[in-house]
Write a protein that binds this ligand. Structure first.
Ligand code: INI
Length: 155
């Protein structure tokens, strides 16, 4: 039987940074509520959560980079919504934020969690932020706790 290593959902004495974009704020506010709910239910003290607001999803990676350089928490959760609409802006913004978060996650010693909803329509985005298909913010926070624990076990 192989030794199996997996993360636990243990929030006590864990510190988290949440970087959330104001663009499409109806959605990002819901993602934030989901994330805070998950963290609260798993024992993360609210004074151990720092919330950073940025104008749009494009700005998320650069702020995460600053957080990583300053005093890194146990994990960073990135939340935002990129909606296709009718401009090619969607493709640029969604590609950059996705690539940026992935690169930072690879370089950092802490988990950097991708909680960005990318959707064709606002309705689809709402579905993924608590209406029909779960809340991606809640899921991102759960992933953060699991990954913190997994990183600690690897060390
Ligand atoms: N920012 C988002 O977070 N979501 C979007 O859907 C979006 N679209 O499609 O334009 C968006 N654009 C703004 C962008 O993130 C930057 O804030 C802006 O370009 C300034 O750098």
């Amino acid at each position: 039987m192989p030794k199996q290593i997996q993360g636990q959902y243990q929030g006590e004495s864990k510190s988290l940074a949440i970087v959330v974009s104001r663009f499409n704020s109806t959605i990002s506010q819901r993602l934030l509520e989901g994330a805070l709910d998950a963290l609260n239910r798993h024992g993360v003290a609210s004074e151990n959560i720092n919330l950073y607001w940025v104008p749009g999803a494009f700005e998320i990676p650069s702020v995460v980079q600053q957080i990583l350089k300053a005093t890194p928490p146990h994990a960073v959760i990135c939340l935002g919504a990129v909606i296709r609409g009718e401009t090619p802006h969607f493709d640029y913004v969604s590609a950059e934020v996705t690539k940026g978060i992935a690169q930072l996650g690879m370089q950092a010693n802490i988990p950097v969690i991708y909680g960005i909803v990318t959707a064709d329509t606002q309705e689809q985005a709402l579905d993924r932020s608590g209406i029909k298909m779960g809340n991606k913010g809640f899921e991102a926070a759960m992933s953060a706790l699991e990954m913190i624990s997994l990183y600690q076990q690897i060390r």
